[in-house]
Design a binder for this molecule. Structure first.
Ligand SMILES: NC(=O)c1ccc[n+]([C@@H]2O[C@H](COP(=O)([O-])OP(=O)(O)OC[C@H]3O[C@@H](n4cnc5c(N)ncnc54)[C@H](OP(=O)(O)O)[C@@H]3O)[C@@H](O)[C@H]2O)c1
Length: 310
C-alpha cells in the first residue's frame, strides 16, 4: 500500500484495512521505511476510532532511505532504535507497539545490543514483544539469549522454502513462531500475475523471479498449481496460502493484500483444507527448489543474515 508494489489508492487501502479488521484479522504488519512513514500514517488513520486492543501492530525498523527512495543500509544502534520507535509511535498515533523488530541485521552492531535496546523499551512499556526478521540460526540464538523472541518474520512459500533447512528447526527448538511473508511471492504465485506487468518503482520490476529468463518457468509452476486449485474449486492464491498454513500451527501467513477483492480471496483460504493427497500433489506440481531466480536482487541479498547462515 505504500510504494513497494507500485501506486496504491489511499481510500481503497483504508477500506481494505477496515475490511480485514471487520473480518476478524488482528495482526497488521508494517515497517517504518515503507513509503518512508507513509504506511504507518495510513494504518494510524485506518485505526482511528477503533479499540487499540483489537489489533496487534507489528513494526519493522532499521532500514535507512534517502529522499529519492533509495536504500542506504541498516542501523541497529541502541540510540537509533529509541529514535525509530519514537517516530513510529507518533506516526501510528499509539502509545505502544505489540511486536517490534529490526528489519535486517546491522552487520556493524552486535545483535545483543539491538535486542537489548528493544528490551529496555519493553521495560518502559513502549513495546510488548520482540521479533526478528530475515536472520539465520546463530543470530536467532544470540537474540533469544538476551530476551524472549516471539516470532521470526521471514519469506516462506511454495517457491521459497529455505527456512526448512536450519532456520525452522532452530525456531521450533526455541519456541519462536514464524510470520511467513511472500506467501504469494509478491503476486507471482497468486494466479493473477501477467508477464511484464511490473511498472518502474515496483519491487517486481527488479525481482529476479519476475525477469525474462525466469518468469516463464515460474509461471509454468503456477499453471501446474492451477490445475490442482481448479479440481478443488478454489483459487491458486488460496492453495498457496493454505499450503503455508498447513506447515504448522506455529506459522502465521502474512498476506500483502492492497485491495478488498484480493483480501476477500485471501480470507477464503481459511476454509481450504489440504489433506495428505493434496499436499503430495502440490509437492509434485511445485517441487522444492523448482523456482527460477533468487528471491531478491544481489544488492539486497547481501544484507540478509538468513541467506548467509542458510
Ligand atoms: N520481513 C521482511 O523482510 C518483509 C519483506 C517483504 C514483505 N514483508 C511483509 O509481508 C507483508 C506481505 O507482503 P508480501 O511482500 O509478503 O506480499 P505477498 O502477500 O507475497 O504478495 C502481495 C501481492 O500479491 C498480489 N496478490 C494477488 N492476489 C492476491 C490475493 N488474493 N491476496 C493478496 N495479494 C494478492 C497483490 O499484488 P497486486 O495488488 O499488484 O495484485 C499484492 O500486492 C507486507 O505487509 C510486509 O510487511 C516483510
Amino acid at each position: 500500500m505504500s510504494g513497494m508494489y507500485g501506486p496504491a489508492d489511499r481510500a481503497e487501502s483504508i477500506a481494505t484495512i477496515h475490511a480485514a479488521l471487520d473480518a476478524g484479522i488482528t495482526l497488521l504488519d508494517t515497517g517504518d521505511f515503507y513509503g518512508m512513514g507513509h504506511n504507518e500514517m495510513l494504518i494510524g488513520e485506518a485505526l482511528k476510532g477503533r479499540a487499540r486492543d483489537q489489533v496487534q501492530l507489528s513494526v519493522k525498523f532499521g532500514a535507512l532511505r534517502d529522499a529519492a527512495g533509495g536504500w542506504l543500509g541498516y542501523d541497529g544502534r541502541p540510540k537509533a532504535v529509541r529514535n525509530f520507535l519514537a517516530y513510529t509511535l507518533q506516526r501510528l498515533g499509539v502509545d505502544h507497539i505489540d511486536i517490534y523488530r529490526p528489519a535486517r541485521l546491522d552487520a556493524d552492531v552486535p545483535i545483543e545490543d539491538t535486542i537489548g535496546a528493544i528490551a529496555d523499551l519493553v521495560k518502559a512499556g513502549y513495546v510488548r514483544h520482540i521479533g526478528l526478521s530475515e536472520v539465520g540460526p546463530e543470530t536467532i540464538r544470540r537474540a533469544a539469549a538476551v530476551h524472549p523472541i516471539c516470532d521470526l518474520q521471514i519469506e516462506y512459500s511454495l517457491i521459497s522454502r529455505g527456512i526448512e533447512g536450519d532456520i525452522l528447526p532452530t525456531c521450533r527448538e526455541l519456541g519462536i513462531a514464524i510470520t511467513a511473508y511472500g506467501v504469494l511471492s509478491r503476486g507471482l504465485i497468486s494466479g493473477h500475475w501477467q508477464k511484464g506487468a511490473a511498472k518502474s518503482g515496483d519491487f517486481r520490476a527488479v525481482s529476479p523471479r519476475f525477469q525474462e529468463g525466469n518468469i516463464d518457468r515460474n509461471l509454468a509452476l503456477v499453471e501446474a498449481l492451477r490445475s490442482i486449485a481448479d479440481a478443488k474449486g478454489v483459487t491458486v492464491a488460496q492453495i498457496a496460502i493454505a499450503w503455508v498454513a498447513a506447515q504448522g500451527d506455529d506459522i502465521v501467513p502474512l498476506i500483502g493484500a492492497r485491495r478488498r477483492d484480493r483480501l476477500s480471496e485471501a480470507l477464503g483460504a481459511q476454509a481450504v483444507r489440504l489433506d495428505a493427497d493434496d499436499l503430495a500433489a502440490i509437492e509434485r506440481a511445485v517441487p522444492k527448489g523448482a523456482a527460477a531466480g533468487a528471491r531478491y536482487p544481489e544488492a539486497q541479498l547481501v544484507h540478509m543474515d538468513s541467506e548467509r547462515q542458510a
